[in-house]
Ligand binder design. Structure first.
Ligand code: HEM
Length: 472
């Protein structure tokens, strides 16, 4: 990143020393003329260490210390048991009130507070690092490198405020209108059917994540972005490693693995852009690389935008499908009801999104004049928003821990966030959820989860790493 600002990922902010920094809303681009050239390759290991220290090492210290003192956010983000089952902790946090202090700023489990905040222009996703201690500023500058940049760092639209956010979002949203999404239904159905055909050849238990839940979204988004589907196993491997960077406080080894995956992904994207510049297709990425000069994205913006679309396109929907299969297995009477009356699938997918949300956590920074629950906040204050907890707020959802596919207001969930960062791909994700779960259930009505399901070792994203099932 160049001078001025830095993003803080989905979670409440990996740099506690800078929490009260005033918010700024521009993106930067070290590829721009006048900025320093990236340091030589020999500096790479040192830069990796510095990047990890600033983004993960420091937050880990704060979270660990908080967890030892009984801070619930610290426990949530550090304790493996809380990762497997965060809901009891969410209820403890809720009991403390709509907003409570945590080791990295404030935290909310309240639907009303989260919903207001996500829609308010008094909160943003970035923070200005110019007010940070000098050492941190140096570390961010030294560690900045396009090829190590993940989706939770600027200029990814997820972590930039207007006007850049508006510019990026406008360029991609045309591909995700309700009409464009509906036109994709045959592709989703065909893809699901082909995957299910392949499953018929398997005997014995299969891992449903590996064979279906991960495959469907990656094939669909690859088609939409015009990237070669033959590379899907690479995307899945890179995506799985890089998804960990959404969580604060990553151990060094996992961070190094994530960075290796990011480098491979950027290198693939570079070749892909070059190919589409030579031979453009009808896809979204061809359009992005061929924008007229007055709209053109910089190289870094292009990488950030396409990497986000690709990663968000499958790293989240895999969780919706896996969580859905698990919930319907636990509630077989509701699954039977869906087999008898398929008109219930839309509601069932909303209830899965609400009950066990694929994205559990996001964060915002207070801007000038921001207030929460009647309290004014210092600009730069980070607020961790527990989407998964807001979606079980008893003020909005009656008996919220109950899974009920007929729940009338399930769609009021915040699983896709709200406000200007509301998920661009929500329509596509819903389509994949409905088509994917329905096709699976109708093809294998006797499907049972068997063996030991394994949750992903992640906090921001919630889903399964392995979901062993018997199909017959
Ligand atoms: C079940 C699946 C999905 C879930 C639960 C989900 C959830 C979310 C959430 C919670 C956010 C906003 C985070 C925040 O406010 O800080 C978001 C943003 C985003 N999602 Fe999704 N997503 C899903 C699928 C997809 C798909 C299929 C795509 C397709 C490409 C996609 C693309 C994006 C993009 C580009 C953004 C950034 C939007 C912005 O910042 O304006 N997502 N998603």
């Amino acid at each position: 990143m160049g001078a001025g600002r830095d993003g803080v990922g989905l979670v409440g902010g990996p740099l506690p020393p800078c929490q009260t920094a005033p918010v700024d809303t521009q993106t930067t681009d070290t590829d721009a003329p006048g900025h320093p050239r990236p340091p030589a390759r020999v500096l790479r290991p040192a830069r990796t260490v510095v990047r990890w220290a600033v983004r993960h090492g420091l937050p880990a210290v704060y979270l660990e210390r908080g967890a030892r003192r009984g801070d619930l956010v610290g426990r949530l983000l550090r304790d493996p048991a809380a990762r497997d089952e965060p809901y009891p902790l969410y209820e403890q946090l809720r009991a403390r009130g709509p907003v409570s202090p945590g080791s990295i700023g404030l935290v909310t489990a309240s639907h009303a507070v989260a919903s207001d905040m996500l829609r308010s222009d008094r909160f943003g996703v970035g923070w200005d690092r110019s007010a940070a201690p000098r050492l941190i500023r140096w570390a961010l500058r030294f560690g900045d490198e396009l090829d190590a940049t993940g989706v939770a760092e600027p200029p990814s639209m997820l972590v930039v405020d207007p006007p850049d956010h508006t510019r990026f979002r406008r360029l991609v949203s045309r591909a995700f209108t309700p009409r464009a999404t509906a036109a994709f239904e045959p592709v989703v159905q065909r893809t699901a059917d082909a995957l299910l055909d392949a499953l018929e050849l398997r005997s014995g238990p299969v891992d449903l994540v590996e064979t279906y839940a991960a495959q469907l979204p990656v094939l669909v988004i690859a088609d939409l972005l015009g990237v070669p589907t033959e590379r899907r196993e690479d995307f899945l491997r890179w995506g799985a490693a890089a998804a960990a960077t959404l969580d604060p406080g990553l151990p060094f080894r996992r961070y190094v693995a994530a960075e290796r995956a990011l480098r491979a992904m950027h290198s693939f994207l570079r070749e892909h852009f070059a190919r589409l510049r030579r031979e453009p297709g009808e896809d979204l990425v061809s359009r992005l690389v061929g924008l007229p000069d007055d709209e053109a994205l910089t190289e870094r913006e292009l990488h950030a935008t396409v990497m986000l679309l690709l990663g968000a396109g499958f790293e989240t929907t895999v969780n919706l499908l896996g969580n859905g299969v698990m919930l319907l297995d636990r509630h077989r009477e509701q699954r039977d009801a869906l087999l008898a009356d398929p008109s219930g699938w839309d509601g069932a997918v909303e209830e899965v999104l609400r009950h066990d949300s694929p994205v559990q956590i996001t964060g915002r920074s207070a801007k000038d004049g921001a207030a929460l629950a009647g309290r004014e906040l210092r600009p730069g204050t980070r607020v961790t928003v527990l989407l998964g907890a807001a979606n079980r707020d008893p003020e909005v959802f009656a008996d919220p821990a109950r899974f009920d596919i007929t729940r009338a207001n399930a769609r009021d969930h915040l699983a896709f966030s709200a406000g200007i960062h509301y998920c661009v791909g929500a329509g596509l994700a819903r389509l994949e959820g409905v088509v994917g779960l329905r096709a699976l259930t109708e093809r294998y009505p006797g499907l049972r989860v068997s063996g030991r399901p394994v949750r992903r070792d992640l906090q921001t994203l919630r889903g399964f790493e392995h979901l062993p099932v018997k199909l017959f």
